[in-house]
Design a protein around this ligand. Structure first.
Ligand code: BG6
Length: 319
């Protein structure tokens, strides 16, 4: 009794600025119990998200290199100003391999429920960035960890140029799963998708939940605002909610591609799945002075339910 009282009295340090691999600046967000998240200023990259038991919910490769210009393999890389690798811009854009700063002028926090475990980061293009993508912008990212452990990323991208610009975007989220062959994704069935493995040809998904038995690289279009990733073996369901992001990418490199990637272990594909809230099919266009907002909220709940029972409200309550 006495020890639990003294533990309760220990104040939680909600935001800590520290150093990570290779001396990179890192922010740790904390709530009570084991709930935490870690963010590298390199890429404004979330590299860890833990639940109340301290269990890691995101996948980061054992071979991830924390070394510019390579993006960190795993966690949540930000794809901006482009998803994929069209034209002269590097694959998935440059936001994921630039050093962000803590926002000196963050947007106001909602007064109703100010969340103490929150950080605001900012990216503005450097002179060199403007040579490869000639548009002035301010990219503000707010990352919040709720007392219950939900992780929310809100991006605000503002055009501060004198001409319009367009971009595509993704929160390239790597979920940690027990065994990819036991995982199913619900919410994407019957939707149209562009198959990245077939020159982005358009197909329609079958009526069943998406399951995995080989490489997958698809961009689902006009997806619902909630998608569930069910990990049967671990009895865990991730619920991804999104706003301003109509598309959803599902990616797993499987064995052959895994072996070809220098920063990814040969067998690691079994323990990860990317489901990425995105805006790809219809690029976002901003006129001078305009701002776009895109939000991704992640919850992880214990569950053992089967296909067809997707009702995120029930899932959340059941957790
Ligand atoms: C996915 C893409 O989002 O990211 C894949 O759909 C790509 O085509 C994958 O291979 C990984 O990209 P990168 O640049 O991080 O190796």
């Amino acid at each position: 009794m006495a020890s639990s009282t003294s533990e309760q009295k220990k104040p939680v340090v909600h935001v800590e600025f520290t150093k990570g691999f290779n001396g990179f600046d890192k922010v740790i967000l904390r709530q009570s119990r084991g709930i935490s998240a870690e963010i590298y200023l390199y890429g404004a990259h979330v590299t860890s998200w833990r639940n109340e038991l301290g269990e890691e919910l995101l996948f980061v490769s054992n071979k991830a290199m924390f070394k510019p210009p390579r993006a960190i393999r795993g966690g949540i890389p930000l794809c901006f100003p482009q998803f994929s690798n069209f034209g002269s811009l590097e694959a998935h854009g440059f936001a994921r391999n630039r050093v962000w700063i803590v926002d000196p002028e963050p947007p106001p926090l909602p007064t109703s429920s100010p969340n103490k475990a929150s950080v605001d980061l900012l990216l503005k293009p450097s002179e060199d960035d403007l040579k490869i993508w000639s548009h002035s912008f301010e990219f503000r990212l707010r990352i919040t960890l709720s007392p219950g452990g939900d992780l929310t990323l809100t991006s605000r991208i503002r055009n501060i140029d004198s001409k319009p610009f367009s971009f595509t975007f993704a929160y390239h989220t790597y979920f940690s799963v027990s065994d990819i062959s036991e995982v199913r994704v619900e919410g994407l069935e019957t939707l149209d998708y562009l198959d990245n493995m077939k020159n982005r040809e358009r197909f329609t998904e079958q009526g069943d939940a998406v399951t995995f038995e080989g490489e997958i690289d698809k961009i689902y279009l006009s997806t619902p605002t909630k998608i569930a990733i069910l990990d049967h073996e671990r009895k865990r369901t991730f619920v991804l909610r999104k706003d301003g992001l109509p598309d959803a990418v599902v990616w797993n490199p499987w064995d052959k591609k895994a072996k070809a990637m220098a920063d990814f272990g040969d067998d690691e594909y079994k323990h990860m799945l990317c489901v990425e809230a995105a805006a790809i099919e219809k690029p976002i266009t901003l006129k001078p002075g305009e701002e776009w907002r895109g939000r991704q909220e992640l919850s992880a709940v214990g569950s053992s339910y089967c296909s067809g029972q997707l009702d995120p409200r029930k899932v959340l309550m059941g957790g």
